[in-house]
Design a protein around this ligand. Structure first.
Ligand SMILES: Cc1cc2nc3c(=O)[nH]c(=O)nc-3n(C[C@H](O)[C@H](O)[C@H](O)COP(=O)(O)OP(=O)(O)OC[C@H]3O[C@@H](n4cnc5c(N)ncnc54)[C@H](O)[C@@H]3O)c2cc1C
Length: 211
């Protein structure tokens, strides 16, 4: 039952932070390391458009994982499409299919912020060219991710060094997430396990024992 603006203080032996870097650098903390380099990491926006069609409306057999559009194909607007109903059960009713298409990202960040109907036009046009689509989708779901995935650009070593320094100077703090050792779900999970392991070692080290 806290009033707006009221804060609670809790004491813990150690802390694992898994918030994305833009959230971490925006927090009011008393960390002794300059977090400015971390705020430079770019998380470009991404839009995801899931479209459902009657199976008969798509010429392509959809007999695969999906498709990725390489940068050289610059007359296409999408980054790629997952054939979701081919890959996973329960994604579309009988005799229907679900196609999940990604737009924007580092390659075309402005395109990610298009409104739903403009986005749908671009996606439908590309899907028609690539898969042969007849008619309108019977289902549509648009999700916009304003800060989607951190970009490991040239110079990312400096970011990693800042993160390591943060943990060196605050040994009871560990940082985990997709900005540490790769952006896949598996990488993010592994970084969480590694962070917990580092904290366990530091807490068990003789210097960390309470006197
Ligand atoms: C559209 C899209 C599709 C993707 N597809 C795939 C894929 O098919 N396969 C794959 O391997 N990877 C995929 N990825 C990448 C992968 O999903 C992410 O990199 C990974 O899930 C990120 O995990 P994370 O724990 O670092 O961050 P997140 O999952 O973003 O978790 C961060 C958490 O911090 C919370 N948080 C934020 N601020 C605060 C705060 N102030 N206080 C408390 N909590 C806070 C958020 O609510 C969130 O729950 C995709 C990513 C996107 C955006």
């Amino acid at each position: 039952d806290r009033a707006p603006g009221e804060q609670d203080a809790h004491a813990f032996d150690a802390l694992v932070s898994t918030v994305p870097l833009p959230r971490l650098t925006g927090m009011d903390t008393e960390l002794s390391v300059d977090l400015h380099p971390l705020s430079e990491v770019w998380y470009p926006p991404l839009s995801v458009l899931a479209l459902g069609y009657p199976r008969a409306a798509i010429e392509h057999p959809l007999n695969g994982f999906g498709m990725l559009v390489p940068p050289v194909e610059d007359d296409l607007n999408i980054l790629g499409t997952i054939f979701s109903s081919t890959l996973f059960p329960g994604r579309a009713p009988d005799d229907h299919v679900l196609l999940t298409t990604f737009v924007g990202g580092a390659r075309a960040p402005d395109r990610a912020t298009l409104d739903s109907s403009a986005l749908q036009s671009l996606v439908e046009s590309d899907l028609d060219r690539l898969l042969g689509v007849e008619g309108m989708p019977v289902f549509r779901r648009h999700t916009h991710w304003p800060d989607a995935i951190p970009q490991y650009t040239v110079g990312y070593g400096q970011i990693k060094e800042t993160l390591a320094e943060l943990e060196r100077t605050h040994p009871r703090l560990a940082l985990a997430g997709n900005y540490r050792q790769g952006v896949s779900v598996g990488d993010a999970l592994a970084s969480g396990i590694d962070a917990a392991e580092r904290l366990r070692e530091r807490l068990e080290a003789p210097a960390a024992q309470p006197h």
